[in-house]
Design a protein around this ligand. Structure first.
Ligand code: MN
Length: 225
């Protein structure tokens, strides 16, 4: 009986909510599979590397659109209910675009911290030294990959199953999981990520991002490879 009452109340509250929402958001309930990741810091916490205004638009407008599109496009397909990474691995077309961007931005926003910066430690540092000789050199190669990526896309630090590191340029919403590589650190070079703060100076934005990289998060992604 209690369950019945709860269900009735839930339905009543959903139907009230639905009246205030546009049709696309009618399913903003427990049935929704992919949700917006909560930020572990305030919108202005990453200043001056990323301004509050850029965060409001990037996290507050662009990302929810990708998540909404993903939920809409996946409905009724064979991939419905799959883990996000599996969807990115198997989808094509607009579903891939929006699943990829949902995954990319989840990794992106969770890899930053107002207390970030410095250098990686442990196994990741060792692998980086082995591949690029120094952390400084790694940063330069990553910046150059971001600077020279033509159009919209992402530059990634990624690892294979053997722990070897790679820097990849990915167009649009693609992600290293499509190459069977684990994404560790991603820099978004779509103009929406930096244009308000840096205008055409993409390289200045990329250099500033080192101030906010949360290396312990990136190290965990590497060690859980
Ligand atoms: Mn973006």
């Amino acid at each position: 009986m209690k369950i019945l009452i709860f269900t009735t109340l839930l339905l009543a509250s959903l139907s009230n909510e639905a009246q205030c929402r546009p049709p696309d958001n009618l399913d903003a309930s427990a049935t929704k599979k992919y949700t917006l990741t909560a930020l572990p810091y305030a919108l202005d916490a990453l200043e001056p590397a990323i301004s509050r205004r850029t965060m409001e638009l990037h996290y507050g407008r662009h990302l929810p659109t990708y998540v909404d599109n993903l939920n809409r496009l996946i409905e009724g397909t064979a991939l419905e209910g799959e883990e996000l990474e599996s969807v990115v691995l198997m989808a094509e077309g607009p579903l891939l675009d929006n699943a990829g961007q949902t995954l990319n931005h989840e990794l992106y926003f969770l890899q930053f911290s107002p207390n970030g910066g410095g250098e990686p430690t442990g196994e990741l540092r060792q692998a980086m030294m082995h591949r690029w000789g120094s952390v400084e050199n790694f940063k330069t190669v990553m910046e150059e990959a971001g600077r020279t990526l033509f159009g919209s896309g992402w530059v990634w630090l990624a690892a294979d199953k053997g722990g070897n590191l790679y820097i990849l340029q990915e167009a649009n919403g693609l992600n290293p999981v499509r190459r069977e590589l684990r994404p560790l650190l991603g820099f978004d070079v779509w103009e929406h990520a930096y244009y308000l703060d840096y205008e055409n100076r993409r390289i200045d934005h990329l250099k500033a991002l080192w101030q906010i990289v949360n290396w312990p998060v990136v190290e965990r992604r590497y060690e859980n490879n």
